[in-house]
Design a protein around this ligand. Structure first.
Ligand code: HEM
Length: 86
């Protein structure tokens, strides 16, 4: 399960990073120098960067915790093997 989650959450994190990184400067440019028509169009999509950042934060938090999760699982497995030997 951990392998499956880490594989897919890492992929999601990597691929969502691309539109997130593009949208942040695009938003800044529209807000600073957009024409009224572009600003009106953007009003419909302005929540998108925040939603993408939320996905990045959730998947990134899992990636951050992953080494600790793996370490704990390895320790539990070793403890189990040692218990079976006794
Ligand atoms: C918002 C909070 C974020 C957190 C907590 C976070 C956390 C992390 C962590 C822990 C890793 C794994 C590092 C490793 O295993 O060596 C990672 C990888 C990465 N992060 Fe983030 N990140 C965040 C946001 C972002 C953003 C905004 C971007 C780019 C727009 C980004 C781009 C990447 C990329 C490209 C990787 C490498 C993915 C891979 O292994 O293929 N992250 N991040």
């Amino acid at each position: 399960m951990t392998k499956f989650l880490s594989k897919w959450l890492r992929k999601i994190h990597r691929w969502i990073a691309v539109p997130t990184a593009l949208l942040i400067p695009i938003r800044l440019m529209i807000e600073m120098a957009g024409t009224p028509a572009v600003i009106e169009f953007w009003a419909r999509w302005e929540k998108l960067p925040s939603i993408l950042m939320l996905f990045m934060a959730i998947t990134g938090a899992y990636l951050y915790l992953l080494p600790y999760i793996v370490k704990r699982q390895r320790k539990n497995r070793l403890d189990q093997v040692q218990k079976e030997k006794l």
